[in-house]
Design a protein around this ligand. Structure first.
Ligand SMILES: [Zn+2]
Length: 203
């Protein structure tokens, strides 16, 4: 399969870091490039490898269920053949629009923001989760209902060599959401994000 082949070639590129390159198995949750950034594919190389079905979305042009999203200046590749919901390579993100289609809006935005988190904080999965939650609160797209949807989604995942079990991730994200909203979760969806802006670093 195209995806398998593509990932194999990237895994080969990982060289000594091979053991840390997840994503080749059928139950892969996500592919995050864990080799040296300089050895990762450029977005053009990636597009060439995955073929014509993938679509390049420039920085500033991505919308998810009508919400404009960005991750600094990083572009996104929409790849319907990707092994997982989303992924991260140095300098660009991947979304599998086919796979995220059945998810609720807040879970989709979480997936995108988690991958964005890898761009800023590196390979750590829990930190990428918390980055997404902080963004959701700050930007005003995450409310108490959404955090439960994310928990339902993530709790089904058992975890793997690099991803802690889903229930653990849910618990940490729920706690962080409560800390950030400080009991104002019920109002979060209608309140402007300006109040939350002071609660986290300026991502
Ligand atoms: Zn991740």
């Amino acid at each position: 399969m195209l995806t398998r082949r593509t990932i194999s070639s990237f895994m080969a590129a990982c060289g000594l870091a091979l053991a840390f390159c997840a994503g080749g198995s059928a139950d892969a949750q996500e592919f995050v490039y864990r080799g040296k950034a300089a050895n990762g594919p450029t977005v053009d190389e990636y597009l060439k490898q995955v073929g014509p079905e993938a679509r390049f979305v420039a920085h500033g042009s991505l919308t998810i269920d009508g919400k404009r999203m960005n991750c600094g200046k990083r572009p996104t590749v929409l790849n319907p053949n990707f092994d997982s919901w989303g992924g991260a390579f140095p300098g660009f993100l991947i979304l599998n629009i086919k796979k995220i289609a059945g998810l609720t809006t807040q879970v989709k935005l979480y997936v995108y923001s988690h991958e964005c988190g890898h761009q800023f904080i590196g390979a750590d999965e829990l930190k990428a989760d918390l980055f997404a939650i902080r963004r959701g609160v700050k930007w005003g797209w995450l409310d108490a209902h959404g955090i439960e949807e994310i928990c339902t989604f993530i709790s089904k995942l058992k975890g793997d060599a690099v991803h802690p079990p889903g229930p653990t991730r849910c618990k940490l994200m729920r706690n962080r959401f409560r800390e950030l909203t400080d009991g104002t979760a019920q109002r979060a969806s209608s309140a402007p994000p300006s109040g939350a802006r002071m609660l986290g670093p300026p991502y």
